[in-house]
Design a protein around this ligand. Structure first.
Ligand code: ADP
Ligand code: MG
Length: 258
């Protein structure tokens, strides 16, 4: 795995531990080996875009990072703390990892504001008034403060996805994982979500982003990780990856999507 990009993370702190550390991670679904000896560090403040063909294990990697999927061997640590298997310790660590999916997964019968306040009140034990204050500020930040009292179905897809981002941020996560956050959106709504993500990246959030949006990768990523068949095949800067991919599999992939 290349370490060139690790040498100059623009916003990294002097902290020793990477925000995400994966060591020798293997994952099987039955006989299917879907993550093969995954080794990856994401330092604080870095934005890593994960690319790869469908079925290469990108979603499974995201889900393994906050233990929505158990792994068969290896270790995943968040901010230096290995992920516990279950229980309260797992809930606490998971709260440090915000996740945004392709499908927005908002609670349909709660308002946008309630969607954003629920986690902090239940999991972080913050007061109702503090949760509302934080949520209002976050909705402002993602540009949908005026939608706070509506229900998800009353919002456009782009607005719903920005609400989902606000909901994840309300937990004050250390890391944000995005799994194809714009893939389910109508084309005219993609940019508003990417803009929100770019702002977050510029503010120094540590992010792992599975996306096919190459403009975002070029603009916001410090590193591109290319996966194929459950393996990390390349790990380089966006410039290196897009201008001179090393593997045949990456060349083939880029040939199909660019
Ligand atoms: P990607 O996100 O890169 O498209 P996934 O991580 O979703 O890839 O899937 C990797 C492989 O694991 C695929 O072959 C997929 O069919 C398989 N897979 C994913 N989830 C499951 C599951 N819950 N049970 C069995 N196989 C799965
Ligand atoms: Mg996927």
């Amino acid at each position: 795995m290349s370490t060139e990009a690790d040498a100059s993370p623009p916003t990294s702190s002097p902290s020793q531990e990477p925000m995400i550390r994966a060591r020798s991670v293997d994952k099987y679904f039955g006989d299917l080996h879907v993550l093969k000896d995954i080794n990856m560090d994401v330092p604080q403040g870095q934005v890593v875009v994960v690319l790869g063909p469908s079925g290469s294990g990108k979603s499974t990697l995201c889900r393994a990072i906050n233990r929505l999927e158990p792994i068969n061997s290896g270790e995943i640590a968040i901010d230096g703390k290995p992920l516990p298997a279950e229980g309260k310790a797992l809930a606490a660590l998971r709260a440090d990892v915000g996740m945004v999916f392709q499908q927005f997964n908002l609670f349909a019968h709660k308002t946008i504001l309630e969607n954003v306040t629920l986690g902090p009140i239940k999991v972080r034990k913050v007061s109702q008034s503090e949760a509302r204050e934080t949520a209002t500020a976050l909705l402002e930040r993602v540009g949908i403060a005026n939608q706070a009292d509506k229900y998800p179905a009353q919002l456009s897809g782009g607005q719903q996805q920005r609400a989902a981002i606000a909901r994840a941020l309300a937990m004050k996560p250390k890391v944000m994982l995005f799994d194809e956050p714009t893939s389910a959106l109508d084309p005219e709504m993609v940019q508003e979500v990417l803009d929100t993500m770019t702002e977050l990246a510029d503010e120094g959030m540590t992010m792992l982003v599975v996306t096919h949006e190459m403009g975002f990768a070029r603009r916001a990523a410090h590193r591109v990780v290319f996966m194929a068949d459950g393996e990390i095949v390349e790990d380089s800067t966006p410039n290196e990856f897009f201008s001179a991919p090393k593997s045949e599999r990456a060349k083939d992939f880029l040939g199909k999507i660019l």
